[in-house]
Design a protein around this ligand. Structure first.
Ligand SMILES: [Fe+2]
Length: 230
């Protein structure tokens, strides 16, 4: 059955030995396709919790005693399907390291400071034109032990639900001109021709004067020109 099979020209393979954790998690046997049920195709993809006023503003959603440290940025774009139609009212969640390259997570013991005013998580819904916008702090690079002197380039993790649970996308957004991209096996596991789809574009239009630089990151869910999985 070919139903909704992943386009391997676009997406990284399950097994990419330079990215070590894929060696453990890649399926060792061929996958068994399962036909999607009606509830998967038509059911709600997430709960109906209210999105809070500051959920899309990571510079404000975790303040305890002041502003978070680092370079304030805006990350915005449009979510569409393969035909360019906007994906409306879909949930986008992001998570990221702080400006020093540290996550608020017990497994992250990288010797870099936590920021008491930065949690590193946010979410929002796209509007009726498929647009979304986050305010955040530019994430720092961090070491990750995959190989000697391994550093992750600056990146923001994205999760999108789309119109159906089967259109969920989990990926990473990168920044233009980052010299670490070409040493990063996570980025390089994406087929070369499609890597540019994961790099945001600096945008003077999105940039807010005297406040924050803007980066545009458009996302295509499924089909031709689909944004690659992480
Ligand atoms: Fe990360």
């Amino acid at each position: 059955m070919k139903q909704n099979s992943r386009d391997w020209d676009v997406h990284p393979p399950y097994l990419y030995p330079d990215y070590k954790s894929t060696v453990l998690r890649a399926p060792a046997k061929p996958l068994i396709p399962i036909r999607h049920s009606l509830s998967e195709l038509t059911g709600p993809v997430y709960g109906h919790e209210v999105i809070g006023k500051y959920d899309n503003d990571l510079t404000k959603n975790a303040i305890t005693n002041g502003e978070p440290v680092g370079e304030r940025i805006i990350v915005a774009g449009k979510v569409t399907d393969e035909k360019g139609q906007p994906i409306k009212r879909t949930l986008i969640e992001i998570w990221q390291a702080n400006a020093a390259g540290r996550y608020v997570h017990k497994v992250d013991q990288h010797e870099a400071p936590l920021d008491p005013n930065f949690f590193g998580g946010g979410r929002c819904l796209t509007d009726d034109e498929g647009n979304y916008r986050f305010y955040t702090i530019k994430p720092g690079a961090y070491p990750w032990g995959n190989h000697p002197n391994a550093w992750r380039p600056n990146h923001i993790h994205f999760s999108l639900f789309g119109n159906q649970i089967i259109s969920r996308l989990v990926t990473q957004m990168y920044f233009p001109g980052d010299p670490l991209l070409f040493y990063d096996p996570v980025f390089k596991s994406v087929p070369e021709k499609y890597r540019h789809l994961l790099i945001s574009k600096f945008s003077l239009d999105l940039t807010e004067e005297s406040f924050a630089l803007g980066y545009e990151f458009n996302i295509v869910l499924r089909g031709k020109n689909e944004t690659p999985f992480e």
